[in-house]
Design a binder for this molecule. Structure first.
Ligand code: GAP
Length: 534
């Protein structure tokens, strides 16, 4: 599995994702999509929309506002219970999700270094001395408050996750190293033992609508797109004349005041969701739920996520949200471990009933067959555009050795790749080659996002396109345009990113061949035209 640092570095180097407000020191909880990143993320959203809205006759779209009437959040239950438990360090002031503290310690820089030291030969010889040396040396830098914790032997009661086998191991390691002074939880940042007891922290981001704060309407930036769909249920029903079962899809920004944003774009305070609220007749909900779980799982595989990196996880009864009858997560094996990519919940009739009660407007469906009104159940496949994009990136990242050199290649599905075709001139000093290549690029651009590049040698240009996942490069050379010795053959070379195979085809047939290639038929094209030998 690739390291997240490599993904972050490639994203910055190649114009996919930049740190927000970087010139001011950056904001850890927000990221900006660069020129290639915006193309890539747009492709993720466009494919989701095409497959879930345009290719189905039981789905319509919606784009609701981010700010909503404050009562929406009372009715939905967000104001009362949309919170995470947090704990704070009295020494360095950092905050953590109390339910994720073990992960945070386990993955912290100081704990990894400390553990490494404990496994080393010095600790095997004299543990006490090795720990003391570490505290005076590496530990001073990585965990400045760790020595204090050791000396005071600050004993904390377990917060959450005390049954986690890593917790037991953590205690064992610390007890061993501190001569019996057992400590439970240490600050993942500074090593201090002074972590506060867990308290709930609301994830809602407040905002004020109006010029004077004192008299302005206090509301919230939506933490999910779903509520915009529920409050528009009747509008959509009446205007579109839909019959159950049918769904409403939305893509849009959501905001959560996350306690610990991190892992690159995995958890941020501002992110984009791709959510479906699928309304069904009560009693058919369980069957529809399973259909959506299967459908959404297959979607990720369709666009290249490898089978071994994706799995389903059923929520335990005690972790179900207050509105859910059943919930299944699609998880992806991110560099930091298995984590949620999408949640698919059976929300029952909770939301429509709540909004009916709070707004006084009945949100019901008239069933023509039974001639009775009913409140539909809702199946909700809720995905994240940023998280999906991150999973696709991580899964596509490959390092290979080609002729003794490292090749980094993003094997993105061609529909996801930000650039579909790169047109490259073999010699940038040959005017005819350059002119032909630029014209070819302009023609191809009418159908696919194509770029022209002549800023390096052909070998480097290929590597650059490999690194950003461009599925096909088209090269124009001397033979294409001819010279004093031989006439133009009006053929170009197409190179396939994954196999690095090349075929030579006539420019006149390039568009129809590209049609085949964009449909995934490299092998067929290669068979007809023959693989070009170097
Ligand atoms: N309406 C249901 C709902 O919002 P959720 O599981 O909280 O459910 C759905 O969110 C998806 O939104 C997640 O699976 C994830 O992909 C994305 N998501 C949630 N919080 C996020 C965050 N802080 N940063 C990035 N993506 C997030």
């Amino acid at each position: 599995m690739v390291d997240m640092d490599k993904i972050v570095s490639l994203c910055k180097r190649r114009g996919f994702i930049f740190q927000s407000s970087e010139i001011y020191g950056g904001l850890g909880s927000a990221w900006d999509y660069g020129p290639l990143g915006v193309e890539f993320k747009n492709n993720v959203k466009r494919l989701w929309w095409r497959d879930n809205v345009h290719l189905r006759d039981d789905m319509v779209g919606l784009d609701a506002a981010i700010t909503m009437h404050p009562k929406v959040w009372e009715a939905s239950g967000h104001l009362a219970s949309f919170s995470d438990p947090f704990t704070g360090c009295a020494d360095c002031g950092r905050h953590y999700r109390a339910d994720q503290i073990i992960d945070a310690i386990w993955n912290s820089r100081w704990f990894r270094a400390f553990n490494k030291m404990l496994e080393g030969p010095a600790a095997k010889k004299d543990i006490q001395k090795a720990v003391e040396n570490w505290i005076q040396g590496e530990g001073k830098k990585l965990a400045p408050n760790f020595p204090q914790s050791i000396l005071s032997g600050n004993i904390r009661l377990p917060l959450e996750g005390a049954n986690d086998p890593r917790f037991i191991e953590l205690l064992r390691v610390l007890a061993h190293s501190s001569n019996g002074n057992v400590m439970g939880f240490l600050c993942p940042n500074c090593g201090s033992g002074k972590l506060s007891d867990p308290k709930p922290a609301s994830l809602m981001l407040e905002t004020f609508l109006g010029p004077v704060k004192e008299t302005a309407t206090k509301t919230y930036l939506r933490p999910e797109t779903a509520q915009g769909t529920f409050v528009n249920f009747d509008n959509v029903l009446q205007s579109m004349r839909k019959k159950l079962p049918f769904g409403i899809a939305q893509i849009g920004k959501s905001f959560r005041n996350e306690i610990t944003p991190g892992n690159f774009t995995f958890r941020t305070r501002e992110f984009e969701q791709m959510e479906i609220e699928f309304f069904v007749v009560p009693g058919t909900d369980e069957e529809w739920h399973q259909r959506w779980i299967d459908e959404r799982f297959a979607w990720y595989e369709k666009y290249g996520i490898r089978k071994e990196n994706i799995r389903l996880r059923e929520h335990e009864k005690d972790e179900l949200a207050h509105y859910a009858k059943r919930c299944v997560d699609i998880e992806y094996l991110f560099p930091m471990g298995w984590s949620e990519l999408e949640g698919i919940a059976n929300r029952t009739d909770y939301d429509l009933k709540q909004h009916s009660q709070y707004s006084g407007k009945a949100l019901e469906y008239f069933d023509e067959e039974t001639k009775q009104k009913l409140v539909p159940y809702v199946i909700e496949p809720a995905a994240g555009a940023d998280r999906s994009a991150l999973a696709f990136l991580v899964d596509a990242y490959h390092e290979e050795e080609v002729r003794g050199e490292k090749r980094v290649v993003l094997k993105l599905h061609r529909d996801l790749a930000p650039v579909k075709i790169a047109v490259l001139p073999l010699l940038k000093k040959n005017d005819r080659i350059v002119e032909t290549a630029k014209k070819l690029c302009a023609d191809l651009r009418k159908r696919w996002y194509a770029v022209y590049d002549d800023t390096a040698s052909i070998g480097r240009l290929y590597r650059r396109q490999d690194e950003v996942g461009t599925p096909f490069c088209v090269t124009v050379d001397v033979q294409t345009v001819g010279d004093d010795k031989s006439p133009a053959d009006e053929k170009v070379t197409i190179r396939d990113r994954d196999t690095m195979e090349q075929v030579r085809v006539s420019m006149a047939s390039l568009e129809s061949i590209m049609d085949e290639l964009m449909a995934g038929k490299w092998a067929e094209v290669a068979q007809v035209h023959g693989i070009k030998k170097d």
